[in-house]
Design a protein around this ligand. Structure first.
Ligand code: CUA
Length: 196
């Protein structure tokens, strides 16, 4: 007596057309798996946003980009690096098509440095290679990032968010100097690299 085939691989292939019932069952099974995956991912995203307090921007602070040059924190005389009473430094700059103002910043090494940036026109990017600094600069908002430079030298500062035809030419520099050298510099030396 011949044993009937047992494993699924040994079953004979269906003859002719696959019955509609089997097609519908298979499609329903895959649809269920896909919907389950989608629901799982959405649940994970919602839960992690609440539990980990994840949000798109690290600093939500609004500003009127139409009056940047007229009043407030980002007027021209207030741009560049300023020393805080606690010895840390705050750097203020504006990104615009297609430059950063100031174009070169002087900052001290070995102290906490806070960058505050905003945009005059469209979305730009601010990146300092080999540091933790990497942020988008969105018009209407102030971006704030913090770091501490352990080595002196020039850091290139490319715009890394496509902002128009001149985007690839949008480069600036951060010059990190020893603390003593920075402390003895006049105001001009802190807002431009030209006086070096
Ligand atoms: Cu600014 Cu790209």
């Amino acid at each position: 007596m011949v044993e009937p085939p047992s494993g699924p691989l040994q079953r004979p292939l269906p003859d002719g057309t696959v019955p509609e019932r089997v097609v519908v069952q298979t499609e329903e099974r895959w649809l269920t798996i896909m919907v389950a995956m989608l629901v799982t991912m959405i649940v994970i995203m919602v839960l992690t946003s609440f539990i980990g307090a994840l949000h798109p921007a690290s600093n939500v602070e609004v500003i009127d980009s139409r009056t940047l040059h007229l009043k407030g924190e980002f007027v021209e005389s207030n741009l560049g690096t300023a020393l805080e009473p606690d010895g840390s430094a705050t750097v203020r700059l504006i990104a615009l098509q297609y430059d950063f103002v100031p174009r070169c910043l002087v900052v001290p090494a070995q102290v906490p440095v806070r960058f505050r940036l905003t945009s005059d026109d469209v979305i730009h990017g601010f990146l300092l290679p080999n540091t933790n600094i990497n942020t988008m600069v969105v018009p209407g908002f102030v971006a704030e990032v913090r770091t501490r430079f352990s080595r002196t030298g020039d850091y290139l500062m490319p715009c890394h968010e496509y902002c128009g035809l001149g985007h690839q030419a949008m480069w600036a520099r951060v010059r990190v100097v020893p603390w003593d050298q920075f402390a003895h510099q006049g105001l001009l030396g802190r807002t431009s690299c030209a006086a070096q």
